[in-house]
Design a protein around this ligand. Structure first.
Ligand SMILES: [Zn+2]
Length: 407
């Protein structure tokens, strides 16, 4: 296999998590009687452009056959993050009723509703019907399409280019990152700005966040790899911010390569940090598997001990990262009896692979588990606050990443 960005042969394995079903392939009761499709879950690092990427496998088109069940608006932390960003960028770029904003992967309109409210014209690009319908019902224009060079060209032909193109947690999820980036270039007005948020590979490695690895998450990005990908598309990273979402993300600001604006100081600083942390040395990447295995083994030891002591264990948050962790650790309902999730679209279903049933959060009160393992550790504070009543019967919370913590 060759690198998805620079086409160099991939020689270094970064992480091998065995086989897993697609992380969003939540199952109905009837699906439990049918075979389940597993795909290899393995990451490589390119030693030319340092893009960490999933292995290509056969029949990857099957990954998106099920309707995507994630609605951004179900997380209050995420809604607040979106509102704060909209305020900040509107001021920074002086956006007004003459501007045009595009958000790629606009989901249920969790972000664009802020621009609609302040009278800034916008367009969401979202291929998933269920989430797009929610956004449209809230008055947000949505193109139900995949973003890339084709879509961007159509947009330009219709006489439109954007002052601001936003991509929050989509850049790592596109299979063809070069085509996507070429689309950004095409759809961007002269003098326009791109902002992309994605989990920072450096945080993933420092904080053992191997459970953020799943098939639909094709790229694991450092600033150095994004700079290379932008440069090839005749774009430039002109600034960057470190933000706390998803356990440590970057918000990259991009512009046309020939744009005359002065670059911020942060890109050079973060590049230096990446290089000092060994992100240009294959050996650094090869050490990561051991760290991932430590997290998995400690979780299993906890679950087995709890089982032997006759304690009950449930989980909170049927997120993709929970699926990766459960499947890599081989956890089944005998060790974790159920998982609660606030998203009604997931309730009554089962987690792929592990077949752990997904129930409404009120079941915590009914069943009173001794331990609640919070799978989406990035919103652990929010989960603990909303479910503080667990302590009424002596229940404890557990987080497995970056190290096992019972509290
Ligand atoms: Zn490469």
């Amino acid at each position: 296999m060759n690198c998805r960005h620079c086409r160099s042969p991939l020689k270094h394995v970064f992480l091998d998590l065995g086989f897993a079903p697609p992380s969003n392939a939540y199952l109905n009761q009837a699906d439990l009687q049918a075979p389940e499709t597993y795909f290899p879950l393995k990451l490589f690092v390119c030693d030319k452009c340092w893009l960490v990427q999933t292995e290509d496998y056969a029949r990857s088109d099957e990954l998106f056959t099920k309707d995507y069940a994630y609605f951004s608006s179900t997380s209050t932390t995420w809604l607040e993050h979106a509102r704060t960003y909209a305020d900040l960028i509107t001021k920074r770029l002086n956006l007004d009723s003459n501007s045009f904003v595009i958000e790629v992967a606009s989901n249920d309109g969790y972000l664009l509703k802020n621009f609609v409210a302040s009278g800034v014209p916008c367009l969401g690009v979202e291929p998933t019907n269920s989430t797009a319908a929610v956004a449209e019902a809230a008055g947000i224009p949505v193109a139900r399409e995949f973003f890339g060079q084709d879509f961007a060209s159509k947009l330009v032909k219709s006489g439109k280019q954007a002052d601001l193109i936003i991509g929050n947690n989509v850049y790592a999820h596109v299979p063809d990152i070069n085509d996507f980036t070429a689309g950004l270039k095409t759809a961007l007005k002269p003098g326009g700005t791109i902002t992309l948020e994605f989990p920072h590979l450096l945080s993933l490695m420092r904080l053992n966040q191997f459970d953020t690895v799943y098939h639909e998450h094709y790229s694991y990005l450092s600033l150095q790899s994004v700079r290379a990908i932008f440069a090839k598309a005749d774009l430039r990273v002109c600034d960057v911010e470190q933000i706390p979402t998803h356990g440590g993300s970057l918000r990259v600001y991009g512009c046309h390569a020939a744009d005359t604006r002065v670059d911020g100081a942060a890109p050079a600083r973060i590049l230096t940090e990446e290089i000092a942390s060994g992100l240009q040395d294959p050996a650094t990447y090869q050490r990561f598997q051991r760290e991932a295995d430590k997290v998995k083994n400690n979780l299993l030891a906890f679950l087995l001990e709890a089982k032997q002591a006759g304690k009950s264990v449930a989980a909170y948050g049927a997120a993709a990262k929970g699926n990766t962790l459960m499947n890599y650790a081989g956890v089944k309902p005998d060790l974790m009896s159920f998982v609660c999730d606030a998203a009604a679209s997931k309730q009554g279903k089962f987690m792929p692979g592990s077949h752990i049933p997904i129930l409404a959060p009120k079941e915590l009160r009914e069943r009173k588990p001794d331990y609640v393992v919070i799978l989406p550790w990035n919103i652990a504070d929010e989960v603990v606050t909303a479910n503080a009543f667990v302590r009424e019967w002596g229940g404890k919370f557990v987080v497995a990443v970056p190290v096992l913590r019972i509290f």
